[in-house]
Design a binder for this molecule. Structure first.
Ligand code: 5AD
Ligand code: SF4
Length: 443
């Protein structure tokens, strides 16, 4: 009799890793493993890692350290690392961590079953971090996993060709490839049939979708075709690069009623000098023009952004430009990051003369400004009846459900589980920092 084997998987980082982890689960289930919630009760433990900033990378080492004593108790335990740190560090990880058995890079998720078998049978230490060519990658685009949830990510492209000077992504995820639109649409149709009501089309820079592929439709045209798929009620996409946000795509926010009124449009800095040094490919004025056009086409749209504080050479005047841009745009939310030097990137060679105190002080000022701006934007929802797509039972417990508004805001409220998957009216009665509390308006 064969005993069922158990695996534990922890995922860090962005949507790309979330999708890769869905694939990892499906692949491991395919070779007789079942997912468990605690590493102590597993035969195989895996981390799917992120290296976007130094802090993310250090976190991985911290988490891996937890597996060392577990392996000391259970020497048969297989320990593996995948994702961006695996891609970046490769053999160095195996050299540094003697209890590590396997390392698989961002293009090698499909090899995991063979690697696991190799460790099981030969106690081999395996490393697969080779980048694949374009055709192989297109062939290996993630298989569809069964859709049990209301909202799912659908990968439309992978990799990045932009080489923003601070960013490690092109080095750990490789060049940009777009998935054929027929395949994307097929997956969305399949998910709709499984009960999925919302899709988020994902890629490092979805706005440049299809540009490298001959005869492929544009991202805006892809959105039009997703809009036509029955059963799908809401469409989102991320991440957008401002330099590739075409007028055709902006017009989608007026033309497509399934497209949510939210756009994550990372600006990174409000200063032309810093934007240039970041190799972002747009100016402050061009960015603000896009924002104006978006608000003309869709007055209800709410924007969110990523901003880096303390990029090398950022003067007080540059930073003031970032704050003034934030005041002008009025973002609903901003994810702000202290600049972190990454290996191989162009910015790693720039002189970083700012003191940690100044960086921290600017970071604090940016967060204070954003908190007051966010609070005033979300406060406008108080008392309103908003349409909420119900996703499941709330983590708050107490029989509450949770869902999201078109602006991607979480709303918790009481209601019957039958409502999961439906869009329902909810009156917002409390606005918290990160979510709303509401009352269902149907009985
Ligand atoms: N340092 C700080 N922030 C970074 N980001 C990407 N690379 C770095 C870095 N080296 C931020 C950007 C990006 C987000 C995902 O992470 O703001 O949009
Ligand atoms: Fe990194 Fe720039 Fe590509 Fe985004 S667009 S992944 S920030 S290089």
């Amino acid at each position: 009799m064969t005993m069922e084997k158990r695996f534990y998987l922890e995922t860090f980082g962005c949507q790309m890793n979330v999708v890769d982890s869905e694939r990892i689960v499906a692949l491991l289930e395919g070779i007789g493993y079942r997912q468990v919630e605690a590493p102590e009760s597993a035969d195989l433990v895996l981390l799917n890692t992120c290296s976007i900033r130094d802090k993310a990378e250090r976190k991985v080492y911290g988490h891996l350290g937890r597996f060392k004593p577990i392996k000391a108790e259970n020497p048969g335990l297989i320990v593996g690392v995948g994702g961006c740190v695996a891609q970046q560090e490769g053999q160095r990880l195996l050299d540094k961590l003697p209890y590590l058995d396997l390392v698989f890079g961002t293009h090698n998720v499909h090899k995991l079953p063979d690697m696991v078998r190799d460790v099981e049978e030969n106690r081999a230490r395996c490393l697969e971090t080779e980048f694949l060519d374009r055709d192989t990658r297109l062939r290996l685009f993630p298989d569809r996993a069964p859709g049990e949830s209301v909202s799912r990510f659908v990968t439309v492209m992978q990799g990045c060709d932009n080489f923003c000077s601070y960013c490690i992504v092109p080095y750990v995820r490789g060049r940009e490839v777009s998935r054929p639109s027929a395949e994307v649409l097929d997956e969305v149709r399949y998910l709709a049939g499984q009960g999925v009501r919302e899709v988020t089309l994902i890629g490092q820079n979805v706005n440049s979708y299809g540009r490298k592929e001959e005869g492929e439709i544009s991202f805006a045209q892809l959105l039009h075709r997703v809009q036509a798929i029955e059963g799908i009620e809401r469409i989102r996409f991320t991440t957008s690069h401002p330099k590739d946000l075409s007028d055709e795509l902006i017009d989608c926010f007026g033309a497509l009623d399934k497209l949510c009124w939210h756009l994550h449009l990372p600006v990174q800095s409000g200063s032309d000098h810093i934007l240039h040094s970041m190799n972002r490919g747009y100016t402050r004025a061009q960015y603000l023009r896009i924002v104006r056009r978006l608000k003309e086409v869709c007055p209800e749209i709410r924007l969110t952004s990523d901003i880096i504080v303390g990029f090398p050479g950022e003067s007080e005047a540059d930073f003031a430009e970032t704050l003034s841009l934030m005041e002008e745009v009025r973002y609903a939310d901003v994810f702000s990051f202290l600049y972190s030097s990454r290996p191989e990137t162009a910015a790693a060679k720039l002189k970083d003369e700012l003191s940690p105190e100044i960086k921290q002080q600017r970071f604090g000022r940016l967060i204070a400004l954003q908190e007051s701006s966010s609070a005033s934007i979300w406060a406008a929802d108080q008392g309103q009846v908003l349409e909420v797509l119900v996703e499941g039972e709330s983590r708050q417990g107490g029989g509450q459900l949770f869902g999201r508004t078109t602006w991607n805001r979480i709303v918790n409220f009481h209601g019957s589980r039958d409502l999961i998957g439906q869009i329902v009216p909810v009156r917002i009665k409390r606005v918290y920092k990160n979510s709303h509390l509401g009352d269902l308006q149907i009985s």
